[in-house]
Design a protein around this ligand. Structure first.
Ligand code: ADP
Ligand code: ZN
Length: 745
């Protein structure tokens, strides 16, 4: 391995020789780059090969990287190089995936090995697949005359020469026990053999009959199909109101990728959404696609990774990490709900999967489709400038109309004291339930109450590790921090003044709305949908099924209910606190609130019965509420653009955040100040901060933020690299780089 940069090489050494063949191997570790290794004689190594090497006397798997553009100034001499130990029997990593890893590393200022780690989803997959044993006919040659029984005859009748059968299914097909098979083997009638490696991934049938697309749907589908058939990179923004059939349309593009013999990747923001999506896929193609997300078992992970690498998994649907799967021939990348912030990975390698999907598609020569009913201003701007093509589906499928959106002015018709549902909303739910239809109450807050306060001294229950209040989860009898997970039991008396029974819940969470709903509608069958009540895709899928099957009358949910669900019997959506997302100084607060509430509203009235949406708000005159009432999101987004353009805010300028953190507050402050003093400047370059982060304390670390803002034509990466190189950072301090931040906490 490379030891240091070679600068400390003893000059009295004999001159180094650089004759042996060497390769660069990238290891899945946060190191500065690839390391040189020696190629042992007789080993033929190509770029992309998975190899084993040793690092500090530990065996490791890495990937043979391409020759460096600028070789090291002082390379390690041959005699100090360690050899490559072995080449693993796995498909080589494609050049397009290697370039992608380099690209993501450079864009996010991450070590390439940290990005490589995401692409090595399962090292078990690099081993040769294990084969299972079965039975085959022994064939002629055995001149013994074993005893024949009716059971043995049935087995022989089932078996074809040359084929290998797994034991259990063979026994079942012949109606015998496994013992009969073993006896036949002992008698030389059959013999053990290895089963061929069976793929668990069936090939979706592109010509399986799907729904008939007409009008705008057919037009959009034809265009997307042509993009895929062109086998070239290009980005299309597919928009259309909720329920207009965007999914059906892009599944046609998936069918074309299959016809082309290429692979397709569909990214979904939250895998909880996948249950209904998978049903749709199955209905369209007859089989299930491969799934990739953090909750798949190690075994499925291994099989899926391998199947993708061997081209055996033609379609993958997954979370953002699926971008790093080893597709040998990717023809189509779809990002559904492209506006979702869940596509941003906030820790480790900080990247936006929506944006990186475009890069992955470009490097693979694939078509890319971004899909949303509420597209981001970023994508809209790219469509406007002609970088992306735009396709739109203006109407709901089957003549369903968009729901009527109204506000409830909480200043004029407030709820009763200590309650959160206003009289007009209660009446609307009454009427809906009386008609036998479903209603939904939306509040983007888990738990019972966001704040617990002492009525006597005003003390607020806070997290010891974070700048955050503890959220009461009454059903679990816990106070919980939603940032670090810290929990404690609710104290019987105020920890500050000692008064007994003085702590009161302030504000609502979904649990509290459920309590109110239970009192108002004791007969209604209620269901809570929140990420903590429905952990994992299976639970969310079951809940969705219950709703579809009308086993539920009233749904109470957090943002999980906003995502793409199709609930045909839901006709009323009540938003408990429409103002919730507008607080705080986030650049995109208004945009996000419109997107979220429009998506929630879009769950209503998706079938024949018209839908109605009530937004409880203290400021119904706010442009966000007005946009939701009018449904004219285009006009709202134009306004947003007009607000952001003059100040060069994204997408009309670039941002990168530096988050300085340390357990030692003074160290964090000192480094943040040093970075501030060394801040880059010049035409079109500006640094804001340092300032304490809104989450000034997170998991016990003190956090300071600096924000680099540049004109659109100025890349932030070279500026960041130069800036960070000039400021020494002590070991106790971490400086995280967040290019294109979406969270400013
Ligand atoms: P979106 O993705 O735009 O929200 P979907 O694709 O989910 O819309 O379509 C909404 C509903 O209408 C789904 O149940 C879908 O199966 C159905 N649908 C859409 N287009 C058609 C069509 N052409 N024929 C039959 N059903 C359709
Ligand atoms: Zn905390």
């Amino acid at each position: 391995m490379l030891e240091g940069s070679g600068k400390r090489r003893d000059m009295k050494d004999t001159p180094p020789v650089f004759s042996a063949q060497r390769v660069r191997v990238l290891l899945p570790l946060p190191l500065a780059g690839a390391y040189d290794y020696r190629v042992p004689p007789g080993l033929d190594i190509q770029s992309g090969e998975f190899v084993t090497v040793s690092l500090n006397h530990r065996p490791m798997i890495g990937v043979v990287w391409d020759a460096a553009e600028a070789p090291e100034a002082v390379p390690v001499p041959d005699h100090r190089l360690k050899p490559v130990n072995a080449i693993l029997p796995a498909p080589r990593m494609t050049v397009s995936l290697r370039r992608f890893i380099d690209w993501v590393a450079a864009y996010t200022l991450s070590p390439p090995g940290a990005v490589l780690r995401m692409a090595m989803g399962s090292t078990a997959a690099l081993e040769p697949p294990t084969q299972q044993a079965g039975w085959t006919l022994a064939g002629p040659g055995s001149n013994r005359q074993p005893r024949m029984t009716p059971e043995r005859q049935r087995v022989l009748a089932v078996m074809e020469p040359g084929r290998v059968y797994a034991g259990a299914p063979l026994a079942e097909a012949a109606g015998v026990s496994l013992g009969v098979l073993r006896g036949m083997a002992d008698n030389g009638l059959i013999r053990p053999a290895l089963l061929p490696h069976a793929s668990r991934f069936s090939r979706p049938d592109p010509d399986h009959p799907g729904p008939r697309l007409l009008g705008a749907q057919a037009e959009a589908a034809t265009q997307l199909v042509a993009k895929v058939a062109a086998r070239r990179f290009g980005v299309t923004l597919l928009t259309g109101v909720t329920g207009s059939g965007k999914t059906e349309v892009y599944l046609d593009a998936v069918a074309e990728a299959l016809r082309q013999g290429r692979q397709a990747l569909v990214l979904l923001p939250e895998i909880a959404l996948s249950a209904q999506w998978l049903e749709r896929f199955k209905a369209r193609f007859g089989v299930s696609p491969a799934l990739w997300h953090s909750e798949v078992t190690p075994r499925t992970r291994r099989d899926t990774w391998r199947a993708v690498a061997e081209g055996e998994a033609p379609v993958v649907v997954g979370a953002r990490s699926a971008l790093f799967l080893p597709f040998p021939d990717l023809g189509l990348v779809i990002v559904d709900e492209e506006h979702e912030t869940a596509f941003k990975q906030e820790d480790g390698v900080v990247y936006n999967a929506r944006d990186m999907a475009v890069v992955r598609a470009r490097l693979a020569g694939a078509a890319c489709v971004l899909v949303s009913a509420t597209p981001s201003l970023e994508s809209l701007t790219n469509a406007e400038s002609g970088r992306y093509e735009a396709l739109d589906l203006p109407e709901r499928h089957g003549g369903a109309s968009l729901p009527a959106v109204e506000t409830v002015d909480l200043r004029r018709t407030p709820p009763e004291r200590g309650r959160f549902l206003s009289p007009p909303l209660i009446e609307a739910v009454n009427a809906t339930l009386e008609r036998g239809e479903q209603a939904m109450l939306f509040l983007n807050r888990r738990g019972y109450a966001p704040l617990t306060l002492c009525r006597h001294c005003g003390h607020r229950m806070r997290c010891p590790n974070c700048t955050a209040w503890l959220v009461e989860h009454r059903a679990r009898r816990q106070l919980q921090c939603h940032h670090c997970g810290h929990t404690e039991a609710p104290p019987a008396e105020c920890p500050e003044c000692g008064t007994a029974n003085s702590l009161v819940a302030v504000g609502p969470g979904v649990e509290r709305v459920l309590e109110e709903a239970a009192a108002l509608w004791p007969e209604a069958r209620r269901l809570v949908m929140a990420s903590d009540t429905l952990p994992g895709p299976a639970a969310a899928g079951m809940a969705a099924q219950q709703i579809q099957d009308r086993e539920v009358d009233l749904i109470i949910g957090t943002q999980i209910v906003a995502k793409g669900w199709h609930f045909p019997h839901l006709t009323l959506v009540g938003v408990v606190d429409a103002d919730l997302g507008l607080a705080g100084g986030d650049l995109r607060a208004a945009e996000r609130t419109v997107q979220l509430l429009h998506q929630v509203a879009g769950r209503a009235g998706r079938a024949e019965a018209p839908g109605r949406v009530l937004l409880q708000s203290f400021s119904p005159e706010h442009p966000v509420m007005q946009a939701l009432i009018s449904g004219d999101l285009d006009a709202f987004m134009s306004e947003e653009a007009a607000i952001r353009r003059p100040g060069h805010w994204p997408p009309f300028g670039r941002l990168a955040a530096l988050i300085v953190s340390s357990e030692d507050e003074r160290e964090a402050d000192r480094t943040a100040r040093d970075l501030g003093l060394a801040a880059p400047g010049g035409e079109g370059v500006q640094v804001l901060g340092p300032a304490p982060a809104p989450l000034a304390l997170l998991r016990g670390r003190h956090r300071r933020r600096l924000l680099l803002k540049t004109r659109r034509e100025i890349a932030v990466q070279p500026i960041l690299r130069d800036w960070l190189a000039r400021v020494p950072v002590p070991n106790s301090v971490r400086v995280q780089v967040d290019v294109d931040p979406v969270s400013f906490l």
